[in-house]
Design a protein around this ligand. Structure first.
Ligand SMILES: [Zn+2]
Length: 75
């Protein structure tokens, strides 16, 4: 995906965290072990939960320091 701000190719990766440590972004590798069925009403559909953590597929522009998340809100 190209950055809508500067046009540079964005880095695809996984945004993840567990509520105790910092939210982090890891390029490339998919984080595994989550359950789609954990998602509920009002949550971003891109968020994948486990019992203790979450992960979101995201694109990061290193030049603009911006992130794009493809998601929807469940109503
Ligand atoms: Zn950019």
């Amino acid at each position: 995906m190209q950055c809508p701000f500067c046009g540079q190719e964005m880095q695809q990766g996984i945004l993840s965290g567990d509520g105790r440590s910092n939210v982090c972004f890891k390029a490339g590798d998919k984080k595994t072990g989550w359950f789609d069925s954990m998602m509920g009403t009002g949550k971003l559909t891109a968020v994948k939960h486990t019992l203790v953590s979450f992960s979101i597929e995201a694109f990061f522009c290193d030049r603009c320091k911006k992130m794009i998340i493809e998601t929807d809100i469940q109503g």
